[in-house]
Design a protein around this ligand. Structure first.
Ligand code: THU
Length: 160
C-alpha cells in the first residue's frame, strides 16, 4: 500500500484589474454575457466567455427551466456554442463570472463537476490545455492552467 498526493497549481489575482489586457477583455465578455442569462429560479446569473485560437470570443450564460434539471450552466452553453460554430477549433481559455440578485458573490464561482467534465472532453481532443479563469462579482480571480488540474482522475475516451 502506498499513499500518494495530487497537487494542483493555480494563480491567484487580487482582482480582475490585475489580469493581462487579453484576459481582462475575456472576463469583460463573460460579464457582458451575464446580461442575457435566464435565471429566474436561482437569481444566480453566470456568464462564460471562451477565447478561440483564431481570436474569436464565444460566450454563453446559464439558461434555467421550470423543470429545474432541464436548465443548463453557462460554461456548457458557451462551449457547445463554440463547438457548434467552430468545430475542432482550439480553445485557449475560458473566463467565468457571476452576478446574483440575492447577494454579492465575493468568491470565485468555480465550474461545477459536469461542466469540468464537458470542458475536459474538448481539452483532451485538442491536446492542449484550456486555461480557466473564474471570479465572483467582486474579489479574487483564480486561474487554473488546465481542466486536468480541476478534474483529477477524470474519465475520458482513453477508457473506452
Ligand atoms: N451555474 C452555472 O451556470 N455555472 C456554474 O459553474 C455553477 C452553476 C448555474 C446553474 C443554475 O442556473 C445556477 O447557476 C444556480 O445553480
Amino acid at each position: 500500500m502506498e499513499n500518494k498526493t495530487i497537487q494542483t497549481q493555480f494563480t491567484l489575482y487580487p482582482s480582475i484589474a490585475e489580469l493581462s489586457t487579453e484576459d481582462l477583455h475575456l472576463m469583460k465578455a463573460a460579464q457582458k454575457a451575464i446580461l442575457n442569462a435566464y435565471a429566474p429560479y436561482s437569481n444566480f446569473q453566470v456568464g462564460a466567455a471562451l477565447l478561440l485560437e483564431n481570436g474569436t470570443i464565444v460566450t454563453g450564460n446559464n439558461q434555467e427551466n421550470a423543470a429545474y434539471p432541464s436548465g443548463m450552466c453557462a460554461e456548457r452553453v458557451a462551449i457547445w456554442n463554440a463547438s457548434s460554430q467552430f468545430p475542432g477549433m482550439v480553445i485557449k481559455k475560458i473566463a467565468i463570472t457571476v452576478k446574483s440578485k440575492l447577494k454579492e458573490v465575493n468568491k470565485p464561482v468555480s465550474p461545477c463537476g459536469a461542466c469540468r467534465q464537458t470542458l475536459l472532453e474538448y481539452e483532451v481532443n485538442q491536446k492542449a490545455p484550456i486555461e480557466v479563469f473564474f471570479t465572483g462579482e467582486v474579489g479574487v480571480v483564480i486561474k487554473a492552467n488546465s481542466l486536468q488540474d480541476l478534474l483529477p482522475f477524470a474519465f475520458d475516451q482513453s477508457f473506452l
